[in-house]
Design a protein around this ligand. Structure first.
Ligand SMILES: NC(=O)c1ccc[n+]([C@@H]2O[C@H](COP(=O)([O-])OP(=O)(O)OC[C@H]3O[C@@H](n4cnc5c(N)ncnc54)[C@H](OP(=O)(O)O)[C@@H]3O)[C@@H](O)[C@H]2O)c1
Length: 287
């Protein structure tokens, strides 16, 4: 019958739900688990086997995707499932959990389950690209043993960039997100300045459009600012988590702007903007 691997998705939030939906659309056998079961129930009609525990979900899975909020949750969940993983299974950790948690996962799994292949595989792209299978997977680990994972990545994304030994991708993910976070803060501040001078977001975009500063990401976020609709593509609270993870792992690299952004974004979270899209920092600056 099918050569497709059986996949378990642990975490059916914005991103994990999109991964599971795309895998089901492409004919994979998908098992799923989410702490809040209701978030996976709409996928049952599409063929998802929804389990009540993470350990139950991974039984018989060739590839296990972890797409959970943070490092602590991911480590707890992987600990709970590690004895239930089938022999030679692949675990693909796809959340943004930073360097320390990733390195601890790699060491823990290598000690407890040396037969298991661990692929460090965070992604670039938010909810809408995930729903449209347009994310980029940054993969690191033993590529020779990752054929099953590569099939899964091909089904949920537009490409996979291999970066070396496991752990490299989680480092690169922090690099990418520190760029994204800086861009967002700069765009929010520039928009505030434009308004101060009597310009609209359209005026600003018309000047940028067609030139080297016209980042598609900036266009999307300017659209959110113009509409006032900050329905989360990426929660501000998770972006703040990522900024902190980058600072925690930065070592000797001096990142003063990122340090300031963490202070400002923490204030925005304290003011109640955490569950909105990170573009809501603009609203916070405007309040
Ligand atoms: N959204 C993006 O743009 C984006 C892009 C790239 C990477 N990421 C990263 O991908 C990961 C998931 O992001 P997301 O946007 O899918 O977040 P999300 O929608 O908030 O989903 C978070 C997931 O983690 C689960 N979770 C949280 N705390 C838990 C706990 N204590 N125990 C068990 N499960 C718990 C949630 O379960 P419940 O449903 O029960 O709360 C849910 O399944 C994060 O690391 C994020 O930084 C996000």
């Amino acid at each position: 019958m099918s050569q497709q691997p059986v996949v378990a998705v642990l975490g059916l939030g914005a991103m994990g739900h999109a991964f599971a939906a795309n895998l089901l659309k492409k004919g994979f056998t998908v098992r799923g688990w989410n702490r809040t079961r209701a978030k996976g129930e709409d996928l049952v009609a599409a063929g998802l086997t929804l389990s009540d525990s993470a350990a139950q979900a991974v039984e018989g899975a060739d590839v296990v995707i972890a797409m959970l909020a943070d490092g602590a949750t991911t480590r707890t969940t992987i600990n709970q499932v590690q004895n239930a993983l089938q022999q030679g299974a692949t675990v693909a950790q796809m959340g943004t959990i930073g360097v320390e948690a990733t390195d601890a996962l790699i060491a823990g799994l290598a000690a407890a389950r040396p037969d298991v292949v661990f692929i460090d595989a965070p992604v670039s792209g938010t909810k809408a690209p995930a729903e449209n299978a347009q994310i980029l997977v940054m993969a690191s680990g033993d590529r020779q043993r990752a054929q099953a994972a590569e099939q899964v990545f091909a089904a949920i994304g537009k490409g996979t960039q291999w970066l070396g030994a496991a752990g490299a991708s989680s480092r690169m993910k922090l690099v990418v997100n520190s760029w994204l976070i800086g861009l967002m803060q700069s765009l929010a501040e520039s928009t505030r300045l434009a308004e101060q001078f009597g310009f609209t977001t359209d005026d600003l975009w018309q000047v940028l459009e067609g030139g080297p500063l016209a980042a598609p990401y900036a266009k999307m976020k300017l659209g959110m600012i113009a509409s006032g609709d900050f329905t989360p593509q990426m929660h501000l609270i998770w972006a703040l988590k990522d900024a902190r993870l980058a600072l925690d792992a930065a070592g000797d690299a001096s990142l003063p702007a990122l340090e300031n952004i963490v202070d400002v974004w923490q204030q925005a979270v304290d003011a109640g903007y955490g569950e909105q899209d990170l573009a809501a920092v603009y609203q916070y600056l405007k309040r």
